[in-house]
Design a binder for this molecule. Structure first.
Ligand code: PHE
Ligand code: ZN
Length: 783
């Protein structure tokens, strides 16, 4: 296999304006006759170059140009190159006058295709998946994203086997096939030029859910979601989510849907979450089907989000697409950013941000710290399929967020407007996006390119210095960018230092009353070292000032700052930024655990007798217990947010803070810290859980972010209370177990049922639990 390099990009010699496909579908095979309008690319008529078409696993029957059949060997050849199979047409048979018609006929075998790439069968449904290079598995084509054409497709199949025939765009004709009683056809036309990777068709026995959406200019769009018959009852949430996404894109970005209909299909066998084919999104069924018995609140949130993500691609990805696959983050980073903003607006923004940052740290930070580390815009690849990574998607979204943070909501919108104004209908690059953002706002954003060049998670060290004489408070930031993009610059390693990144730092400084004496503001760090001097009123005690740094996680970096325990506890209560409040709690918990680890390490009984190790409560744990208590007692806080504040970092997250990942010590230490919390708070947590349960019990199930938040909080409390099983409160244990069993039996949704079950299976004495559960099942007793 050959390596493809970003720097080696050359524009195509030939382009296509129209692609007309005639697809005959049989149970065993598909016959594809394609007619393509071929043009010379650029200005000059260059017929010196052969016309090279991509193809894979195809049986070629014939090729013709302007209706003149070509002869294999003499006029064309099929060759297995190190870039895959190619159909190469000699320059000598290419007409001088373009455009010309290129016709071909191939046979392919969807049933035999187990790659989930190209044209395949999932259960009884024929379905395509073309991104990134699957179109060439349907027919010979110039299969690259910078070749955009208008597609028309006629699908013909058996009426009974394939009652539903779908493709991109609008259906312009349908009927019974000539000379046949058993076959029918449909013709679909997509008026928007698109790259081949956005082509899609589906044929099979499907049922559907229908609805409509009226766009901002008053056009009524027909919305249809297809699935297998037994699943149509579970499509409602996806439909609701779609309508919300359509409305949001209009309100937020002025982006309106552009076809008369929008179709979605759910299938079981799918490689990814979903695919944004123009007017015909195709989903993994798991990302679409929901009802209270089969989907948790997290599933509901994911469905809302992925439906929106694919819909948003209609503008960011489809109307404006990528010039080459190195630009993947142009559409993915931007579209993830858009779905994050959407989900934030649909719910509680801080909860969304916490979810996104946790995901970034758990997946992308780890990827970037290991051997698969790569920049969001890679420099080379062997197979582009391997580049659908957390880095391209999630770090890519953080880089888009940097534009948003620097330019502000309005400036970002101006940039987006100019981006569409300039590039609608084009295949462009990440540089084009940056230029649009910069030009729309009259600013220089060239330094942001470094975010596309380098891999690794940068670190920013923050130190404070207080000068009581001049009443000056100084914050110093120093950035350290661990890795260059190795592959691109191997020869330069050790020669040129990593250029500094442009990093937005959203911050404020608080006095001991919790008042903001400086900020909130965004500091733009552009040098390796940045100093911020703040003049402070004589009355402020400099030693009591606390900075709130990188609010809302304003850049994808690791922030190094030595907060004291008291400062963390203070921020947990007083930071005006709710994200940082949550993070301070996480840091406090981490510190409590790591302090306990230090006490444990060196003792040889740690691993073998976990439960029996006793450690005195250290001062950090004391502070943490108080903080937890305040959180539980707080009546003003959003419950969904409280749930997050009560959820400690995972062992994996804690491990990232240790030089050597000492799992045994970490486990024991975590349990000791938790024990301290429940010793003091367990009973209170349980009674709060019960009180809340009484309220929840009387509500019929509905998925809203608010209600999901209440469930999450109640279940977090239950989990904490359940930890009392490690202690000697036998009566309490019995009560808690009975309650959990009852919640399991009477739950009106999967989330509550699973939360109860996950507690119950951790009870050491399982038969006991079974008995209680069975008793409740039989008697229907309510707690
Ligand atoms: N483009 C899809 C998305 O991000 C992901 C995908 C890639 C699906 C490749 C299938 C194949 O929404
Ligand atoms: Zn995407």
């Amino acid at each position: 296999m050959q390596i493809t390099r970003r720097m080696d990009y050359i524009p195509p010699h030939y382009t296509l304006s129209e692609v007309d496909l005639d697809i005959q579908l049989y149970s065993e095979k598909a016959v594809v006759i394609s007619n393509m309008m071929v043009h010379f690319a650029g200005e000059e008529k260059n017929t010196k170059n052969p016309l090279v078409l991509d193809g894979e696993d195809l049986e070629l029957k014939r090729v013709a140009i302007n209706n003149i059949p070509l002869e294999q060997g003499k006029d064309y050849r099929v060759e297995n190159t190190n870039l895959g199979m190619k159909l190469i047409i000699k320059p000598s048979v290419i007409p001088q006058n373009a455009p010309f018609n290129l016709q071909s006929e191939v046979v392919n075998y969807p049933v035999r295709n187990t790659q989930l790439h190209g044209f395949y069968k999932s259960n009884n449904v024929f379905v395509t998946q073309c991104e990134a290079e699957g179109f060439r598995r349907i027919t010979y084509a110039i299969d690259r994203p910078d070749v955009m054409a208008k597609y028309k497709v006629r699908i013909e199949a058996d009426k009974d086997d394939c009652p539903v025939l779908l493709a991109n765009g609008n259906m312009v004709e349908s009927g019974v096939a000539a000379d046949s009683k058993t076959r029918h056809f449909a013709v679909w036309e997509d008026p928007f030029p698109k790259p081949s990777y956005l082509f899609a068709m589906v044929a099979g026995p499907l049922d559907c859910l229908k609805d409509t959406f009226t766009t901002m200019s008053g056009k009524e769009i027909s919305l249809v979601i297809y699935s297998e018959k037994e699943n149509v009852g579970r499509l409602g949430w996806a439909m609701e989510s779609l309508k919300k996404a359509m409305k949001w894109d209009e309100d937020k970005f002025g982006l309106e849907y552009d076809l008369d209909l929008f179709n979605i299909v759910a299938i079981n066998a799918f490689n990814m979450g979903a695919m944004e084919n123009k007017g015909l999104n195709i989903f993994n069924a798991a990302y679409i089907l929901a009802d209270k018995d089969t989907a948790t609140d997290v599933d509901y949130a994911n469905i809302e989000r992925v439906i929106a993500h694919e819909y948003f691609h209609n503008w960011t990805g489809n109307r404006v697409t990528c010039r080459d696959w190195f630009q993947l983050t142009l559409k993915e980073g931007l579209t993830v950013f858009r779905d994050q903003q959407f989900s934030a607006d649909m719910g509680i923004p801080v909860i969304q941000r916490i979810t996104d940052v946790r995901n970034l740290k758990a997946r992308q930070f780890r990827e970037d710290a290991g051997p698969l580390s790569h920049p969001i815009r890679p420099e080379s690849y062997m197979s582009i399929d391997n580049f659908y990574t957390s880095t391209v998607y999630n770090k890519g979204a953080e880089v888009i967020r940097i534009y948003h943070t620097i330019l502000g909501e309005e400036g970002f919108r101006k940039g987006m407007d100019l981006y569409f104004q300039r590039h609608d209908g084009q295949a462009v690059t990440c540089d084009d996006f940056r230029a649009a953002m910069a030009d729309a706002n009259g600013v220089d954003l060239s330094q942001l390119e470094q975010w596309y060049m380098q891999c690794g998670t940068p670190e920013v060290q923050v130190t404070v210095y207080m000068d009581p004489l001049s009443n000056e408070y100084t914050l110093t930031f120093e950035q350290d960018n661990p890795k260059q993009n190795m592959k691109a610059t191997r020869s330069e390693i050790g020669v040129s230092p990593t250029p500094p990144l442009h990093i937005p730092i959203k911050l404020c400084v608080l006095n001991s009353d919790g008042d903001e004496i400086y900020g909130p503001t965004t500091v733009e760090m552009k040098e390796k070292k940045h100093t911020l001097k703040i003049k402070v009123e004589k009355t402020e005690k400099l030693s009591q000032l606390v900075p709130s740094l990188f609010q809302g996680f304003s850049a994808p970096v690791k922030v190094k700052h030595n907060y004291t325990l008291e400062e963390l506890a203070f921020l947990m209560r007083n930071d005006p930024d709710p994200f940082n409040r949550w993070e301070a709690g996480q840091k406090l918990f981490t510190t409590a655990v790591l302090d306990t680890v230090k006490e444990l390490q060196g003792r040889d009984d740690v691993g073998s007798r976990c439960g029996a190790v006793s450690v005195n409560i250290n001062p950090t744990t004391r502070i943490l217990v108080d903080a937890f208590e305040k959180t539980v007692l707080d009546t003003k806080m959003e419950m969904g947010y409280k749930a997050y504040c009560l959820t400690p970092p995972s062992i994996a997250e804690l491990g990232q803070e240790m030089d050597i990942f000492d799992v045994d010590a970490l486990k024991v230490a975590t349990e000791r810290v938790e024990d301290a919390i429940i010793e003091e708070m367990g009973a209170k947590m349980f009674s709060t859980c019960l009180k809340l349960s009484q309220v929840l019990e009387n509500e019929p199930f509905k998925y809203t972010k608010k209600m999901a938040g209440r469930r999450a909080y109640r279940n977090a409390l239950l989990q904490w209370a359940f930890k009392m099983h490690r202690m000697d409160h036998f009566e309490m244990q019995f009560e808690i177990t009975s309650y959990a069993a009852s919640q399991y039996v009477h739950a009106n949704c999967l989330t509550d049922q699973m939360a109860a079950l996950s507690c119950l299976c951790r009870v050491p004495d399982n038969p006991h639990v079974c008995l209680i559960t069975r008793y409740i099942c039989r008697t229907g007793m309510r707690y």
